[in-house]
Design a protein around this ligand. Structure first.
Ligand code: C2E
Ligand code: CA
Ligand code: CA
Length: 407
């Protein structure tokens, strides 16, 4: 009987059961405890799953003859039932050809999912200030999204998120008038993650409401700190996702937070994208309610959606943010130039402020200013940075301002 060959192994928490790349000659079924499987790449370890009692792992290497696809480590004391390759081979190769084919196909698919997961984790780990064009959804299966969502919830509980602030300047004077708050997550296990990617996952989950509130409170409290330390009434732009904006308690919470820190409604700008109008009339009412209270509303990523212009017909906003996909090639491409000029002109005609995003060079800044664009942000002026660094920058700006006035 095959089962008479079954062995058991007892291991302590933290022990490695097998390493990625090793040859495997057995699989394991968990009798007691939990095991973590992680993928190793360039010396980093990316946890991909935690498995518990009754689950099998390590079977892929022995079935397809390749090296172990990941590393297995005991999360607690575990007892494992060891299933030898002979036992598995016997069972699979004695099954009919359809079952055999199915098993082998599933193995192939799981391996390719793991490879894609490594690639997607690597691109997420890239500097979030770069690589704006990569598609965050690439290579992600539903199961990976669920795992990622769990990581996000954990990160929120462990207070791993930070905010960075990027100055928004007056194009005529280069004076800093306010900042955009941009979230950062440097995960201890996954490395620096791209905000567009993880915020998209947060928006699809219930996390967006508490996370959005945290962002709002952190940004407003830092605005108060900056104002106190510089004596200047700067503004703070906060990105608001659709689901967060449509939360019934959104405005009450915003008002409570603003009053708690004693800043004016005119110092808080809400950056929304046209995606929120999927919610129809209610979203337009919300924008009106916010503006009635004195909050400024910015339409972000203008021009990138399907119907940017049609929203402008029914919706009053205070400013348009011209997306960097247009400004990027304003100096090199005649069509981009024409489009950007059109957008700036549109703002002027509608009495809306224009803000150019992604200004990286002096040439771009000059071009945008000559077109009549009023405000800008981009690496040419300043990168997004932590509040302490921003304060140093502002102190330096203010002192050079006052010394040039004195001269
Ligand atoms: P966004 O709102 O369009 O933010 C502007 C993005 O452009 C930021 O990317 C910023 O770091 C980047 N950027 C600024 N200047 C330059 C430049 O000169 N060149 C280039 N190439 N990029 C520049 P980031 O921080 O990676 O954020 C990406 C997106 O993630 C944001 O796009 C926004 O949609 C979302 N996001 C970031 N923070 C938050 C947040 O607190 N809440 C919500 N809901 N979404 C956020
Ligand atoms: Ca924005
Ligand atoms: Ca934008």
């Amino acid at each position: 009987m095959l089962d008479s060959k079954i062995l058991f192994r007892n291991l302590k928490a933290g022990e490695v059961i097998f390493q990625q790349g090793e040859e495997g000659n057995c699989a394991y079924i968990i009798e007691e405890g939990r095991v973590q499987i992680s993928l190793e790449k360039n010396g980093d370890s990316f946890p991909v799953s935690i498995i518990g009692v009754g689950e099998i792992f390590g079977e892929m290497a022995i079935l397809d003859g390749l090296a172990r696809a990941g590393t297995a480590r005991c999360l607690e004391d575990v007892r494992l039932c060891v299933v030898s390759s002979d036992q598995l081979y016997n069972r699979i190769h004695h099954s009919d050809s359809v079952v055999r084919l199915l098993v082998l196909l599933l193995i192939k698919r799981t391996r390719s999912m793991n490879t894609k997961l490594i690639l997607s984790l690597q691109s997420q780990a890239a500097d979030p200030e770069h690589d704006e064009n990569a598609n965050p959804g690439d290579g992600k299966s539903a199961i990976n999204e669920v795992r990622f969502e769990i990581e996000l919830h954990k990160a929120f509980q462990e207070r791993e998120f930070r905010l960075h602030y990027q100055p928004i300047v007056d194009m005529k004077t280069s004076e800093t008038l306010g900042f955009e708050a941009l979230i950062r997550w440097n995960s201890p296990t996954l490395g620096p993650m791209r905000p567009d990617l993880f915020m998209k996952v947060a928006e699809e989950s219930s996390l967006i409401v508490p996370l959005g509130r945290w962002i709002q409170e952190q940004a407003i409290s830092d605005l108060k700190r900056i104002q106190d330390e510089t004596g200047r009434p700067y503004f703070m732009s906060v990105n608001v996702s659709g689901r967060q904006f449509m939360d019934p308690a959104y405005l009450t919470n915003l008002e409570e937070t603003r009053q708690k820190y004693g800043v004016l409604t005119s110092q808080v700008k809400l950056e929304i994208t046209e995606r929120i109008f999927i919610d129809g009339a209610r979203a337009i009412e919300m924008v009106e309610e916010c503006r009635k209270l004195g909050y400024q509303v910015s339409l972000d990523d203008f021009g990138t959606g399907y119907s940017s212009l049609s929203y402008l017909k029914n919706l009053k906003v205070d400013n348009l943010k011209i997306d960097q996909s247009f400004t990027r090639s304003v100096n090199s491409d005649q069509r981009s130039y024409a489009l950007v000029r059109c957008m700036v002109q549109l703002c002027e005609d509608m009495g809306i402020e224009s803000v150019a995003e992604g200004i990286e060079t002096q040439e771009m800044a000059t071009q945008m200013r000559d077109m009549g664009c009023q405000f800008a942000q981009g690496y040419f002026f300043a990168r997004p940075q932590a509040c302490d660094d921003l304060l140093k920058l502002l102190h330096a700006q203010l002192s050079s301002e006052s010394s040039s006035k004195a001269a």
